[in-house]
Design a protein around this ligand. Structure first.
Ligand SMILES: Nc1ncnc2c1ncn2[C@@H]1O[C@H](COP(=O)(O)OP(=O)(O)OP(=O)(O)O)[C@@H](O)[C@H]1O
Ligand SMILES: [Mg+2]
Length: 250
């Protein structure tokens, strides 16, 4: 079931410094929603408030009708909200298929049987292969993750996140640190994910943002400057000012 994610006047303060101020946003089911803004605008902070990385100073987060503001991270994952994490050393040394199967087994509560009787769980292999096909990783199923190109490793991270069956996927600069030729391919796969997954992503490359987002929110100084379609944002003089200002100081 797809659900709307919504925030109500979310604030996060570190001492006297306000990293997020009164952020009220709605993320429609199936959206490819980009969160943009200069360095230090509070984008990562906002994602952490959504996932439960730390509690807000005030304000609320709703998933559907449920107030999830105080839920632990794993409880939010159970309800369908997932973010990517960098592949840890264990996963990096495994094959792509093994990693994704492990994540699926974890979701299904099959951790104990994993090392003994994988053969008895052909449906896990099937689900994993279907997921890899969605991410165009079929050919890499038997590759060791750490030996792959960085862009492909990012796709494996997304596969691991999708193994939790999210309805909302949160991506904080998924293309950071990968060659630009690979980042376009990465975003093509992200944009092409099934529409029952809502995607909220932070990205600095405006070419990628305007190509792949259908909704854009601009954060500046911890506040929402504006929100709209890519056309509306591109035409907004206040947005141009923010980015021109940045370029002048670069
Ligand atoms: N744990 C923390 N304690 C104190 N200040 C913090 C903490 N985390 C973030 N900040 C501050 O909050 C502000 C917003 O940081 P945040 O990481 O959310 O920005 P961002 O928009 O993600 O920036 P970037 O584009 O560089 O990733 C920054 O000034 C940062 O220094
Ligand atoms: Mg950030």
């Amino acid at each position: 079931m797809t659900m709307t994610l919504r925030t109500e006047a979310l604030c996060k303060q570190w001492g006297g410094f306000k990293a997020n101020t009164d952020i009220s946003l709605t993320f429609e089911p199936g959206a490819r929603h980009a969160l943009i803004g200069p360095n230090g605008a509070g984008k990562t902070t906002f994602i952490n408030l959504l996932t439960g990385g730390f509690p807000p100073s005030s304000g609320k987060v709703f998933l559907g009708d449920e107030d999830i503001t105080r839920l632990a991270q794993h409880e939010r994952v159970k309800r369908g909200m997932t973010r990517t994490f960098q592949i840890n050393t264990l996963f990096a040394g495994m094959t792509v298929l093994e990693s994704v199967m492990l994540a699926i087994c974890e979701r299904r509560g099959l951790q104990k049987v994993w090392w003994e009787t994988v053969a008895n769980h052909a449906d896990v292999v099937e689900e994993a292969m279907a997921l890899l096909a969605t991410l165009k990783l079929t050919k890499e199923a038997n590759s060791i993750t750490r030996s792959m190109a960085y862009g492909k490793q990012r796709l494996v991270e997304i596969a691991l996140a999708l193994a939790t069956r999210p309805t909302i996927l949160l991506l904080d600069e998924p293309a950071a640190g990968i060659p630009s030729a690979e980042s376009k391919e990465l975003f093509e796969v992200i944009a092409g994910l099934p529409r029952d997954v809502t995607v909220l992503f932070i990205e600095h490359d405006m070419g990628l943002v305007f190509r792949f987002a259908d909704r854009i929110t601009v954060l500046v100084g911890g506040k929402v400057l504006t929100e709209g379609t890519p056309e509306e944002i591109a035409a907004d003089p206040r947005v141009k000012e923010v980015y021109l200002g940045e370029a002048e100081h670069a």
